[in-house]
Design a protein around this ligand. Structure first.
Ligand code: PA5
Length: 364
């Protein structure tokens, strides 16, 4: 790509990948479409112990295990016959009681907020389905055998790299319960098929072997390198994608980053750009766009970017696909790859999360 500087092909000249990425974060990213397919099938094949329709559907989980709940709520709340609550806390709202179904999601099974929230929901009489590799969450479930089920997800991933395993089973089970339309699984099958097909294509396009000139994720990593990444989501749905971008940049690329979403940012953050932010590294703004945006929203985004000025270091990423599911996961997928490529440029191990581990250890 002519406009990129001479260091721009750094990502095409990586020699020692096993030193840069010793625990192979890029492997699950490349295989993400297969992971999603397997996870979808596992959810479709899971036999629910009870088919009683809940009055509330809730999801609790933190960090990499919390993203699936945010996706489920943002994607399907408007279509689900009951409210969907995405929870990331030690406690659950009062609505998560006797008539609720809670998905308790913790990849390790040992996250204290998720354990506490799940225990509270169980004590309040909720039904719970745990998505986990085991740990204390599976043990907690075993103490309430009549109201819990455990969907065991494959071990060996970093939690954030297991997004497919932690999201698609919840979608399949929500559909199985008839909450997304009478067709059950069939009500969402078409969008899942479209999404998996798109992700397979993207996996080839964003692959490590594809040079910077044709690889959007590598270009984005170069764009962000040495800057302070700020990610804006162009709609509610893209807001969740922007959140995922930030957390992947934090954990994989070891960088502080921020995210915000339209139109809320027009009521606060837009003013924050005014002061020039002395002392902060050069900001690099990524705006996630989608064709789900209304005309009004597109107009709003254009005006906002005009106010921020032409000289701002910024890029737009266009979500792909027709269905909202394909749109949001395509935006997430580009960010996942970009965060790993940025880790390579930052010379940090994308799997290592020593600060998080240290904190969990200190909390005991
Ligand atoms: O990606 C990560 O490793 C973290 O964000 C974890 O997901 C988070 O700390 C919660 O842990 P767990 O997913 O095991 O519940």
């Amino acid at each position: 790509m002519a406009r990129l500087s001479s260091r721009a092909d750094l990502l095409d000249r990586l020699t020692n990948l096993s030193a840069l990425d010793p625990d192979d974060m890029i492997g699950p990213a490349i295989a993400f479409p297969e992971q999603c397919q397997q996870a979808w099938e596992s959810g479709c094949g899971f036999r629910l112990a009870s088919r009683t329709t809940p009055k509330v559907l809730a999801v609790t989980g933190m960090g990499g295990s919390g993203v699936g709940g945010l996706l489920l709520a943002k994607l399907y709340d408007g279509r689900c016959s009951v409210p969907i609550v995405a929870n990331r806390d030690y406690t659950v709202p009062a609505s998560v009681g006797r008539d609720a179904l809670l998905f308790a999601v913790s990849y390790s099974g040992d996250t204290e907020e998720t354990l506490a929230a799940t225990k509270q929901a169980l004590d309040a009489g909720a039904r719970v389905i745990c998505l986990t590799t085991g740990g204390k969450l599976a043990k907690l479930a075993a103490r309430y055998p009549r109201r819990t089920q455990v969907l065991t997800v494959p071990a060996g991933f970093s939690p954030r790299a297991a997004l497919g395993h932690l999201f698609f089973p919840m979608l399949a089970l929500t559909a199985q319960l008839g909450l997304l339309g009478r067709g059950g699984i069939a009500a969402v099958e078409r969008e899942v098929t479209e999404t998996l097909r798109l992700l397979r294509r993207m996996s080839q396009e964003l692959h490590l072997d594809v040079p910077v000139a044709r690889n959007e994720a590598k270009q984005l990593a170069h764009f962000l390198h040495g800057c302070f990444p700020i990610v804006y989501g162009g709609t509610g749905l893209m807001g969740v994608a922007a959140y995922r971008w930030r957390t992947q940049l934090n954990e994989n690329s070891n960088t502080i980053a921020s995210h915000h979403e339209f139109s809320e940012l027009d009521h606060n953050e837009i003013q924050g750009w005014r002061g020039g932010n002395p002392g902060l590294p050069r900001p690099a703004l990524i705006v996630l766009r989608s064709k789900g945006e209304s005309k009004r929203m597109a107009e709003r985004i254009k005006i906002t970017l005009d106010i921020l000025g032409r000289r701002l270091h910024r890029r737009e990423v266009e979500a792909r696909g027709a269905s909202p599911l394909a749109q949001v996961l395509s935006a997430v997928y580009v960010g996942d790859f970009a965060s790993i490529y940025l880790a390579y440029l930052n010379r940090v191990d994308p799997t290592e999360i020593d600060n998080i581990r240290q904190l969990k250890k200190a909390l005991g």
